[in-house]
Design a protein around this ligand. Sequence first.
Ligand code: SAH
Ligand code: SF4
Length: 391
Amino acid sequence: MNAKAPITQDVLTIPRKLPEGPVNLVGMTRDAMRDALMVAGTPEKQAKMRVGQIWQWIYHWGVRDFADMTNLAKDYRAMLAEKFVVSLPEVVTRQVSDDGTRKYLVRIAGGHEVEVVYIPETDRGTLCISSQVGCTLTCSFCHTGTQKLVRNLTAGEIIGQVMLARDDLGEWPVPGARKDETRLLSNIVLMGMGEPLYNFENVRDAMKIAMDPHGIQLSRRRITLSTSGVVPEIARTAEEIGCQLAVSFHATTDEVRDKLVPINKRWPIADLLDALRTYPKVSNSERITFEYVMLDGVNDSDADARRLIKLIDGIPAKINLIPFNEWPGAPYKRSSNNRIRAFADIIYKAGYASPIRTPRGEDIMAACGQLKSATERARKSRAEIAAETGL
Ligand code: SAH
Ligand code: SF4
């Protein structure tokens, strides 16, 4: 053996073989794509440039077929087609609400399903995406929380939701056409199924792809990640993603929050607020959104509103009041409109924006906390029947 053979750390981290079958390029970071292309035989010197070209085809132009990547040599395209695919989750159903909200039921590998919701507004359009199938947490007002975690989504499945929505909206640029500054899909919220901070790396990699200036190009100010309060991951979110942060606050005492958002038993309100205090500076974002679901007689009193103001003192904040969306068997009722308005008023007078979130897409069960209901319910009842009949 030649003792002088240079073995660098870099070489050791590159897998020597691609996995069996074509490998999906969607969801890879630039570095991962470079490694994969090199394993497939791309000379090291060319690899970075090839990544740049392929990246732009996939994420700027929305191209899926290697044959259409016309600035690559024909035999290189053939090699790509043999070893790789550009593949998205499959849209199983697409429902359009009376108010224009679109809900996609999307199937991912293993036959699992998640929901993705597109909410059009006059000056923007927001895509609400999922990060997990089900959720490990059990917030008592959330329908997703009644469903066990099945698995984390991959980065490809997360960014794939954005790409399939752009397909449906017909929003990939057309070569030569004038650039349209108003985007149909202008904002992303990680507020679908799952707790994004329990799937940190995949969420981060997917959002990096969404923000990449040579691709989908969404500003980090147009991406909002909502967490139930996974305190140890909040600083990392500021450093490694830098997007806007929303937090499912929902209560003003630990006693009530323990019941509504049980992760509070692990990281109580004081710890959460400490983490939130440093977020805007580290991420250089403007303010934190405090989400507050309005539950009749549970967390909606004037005293709650006043406590909330005291708690968030010193944190640049906006309070988003969410009228509770009911689901079959839910143990809560929505606060009355008068109560919600009175609560909003106290907060507003203390100097905070306190918008009341209008439920969107309720007729197709696309509103916050209603996701995955019908399909999962059908599946549950089958499981229950099987249990009863002993099959
Ligand atoms: N898991 C993350 C993000 C998904 S939920 C989180 O908890 O933050 C997005 C928002 O909808 C959260 O603030 C959540 O608390 C809220 N929500 C859940 N169920 C709801 C319901 N039935 N009615 C209204 N809002 C709900
Ligand atoms: Fe999970 Fe968020 Fe629902 Fe809580 S509110 S159960 S964290 S999806």
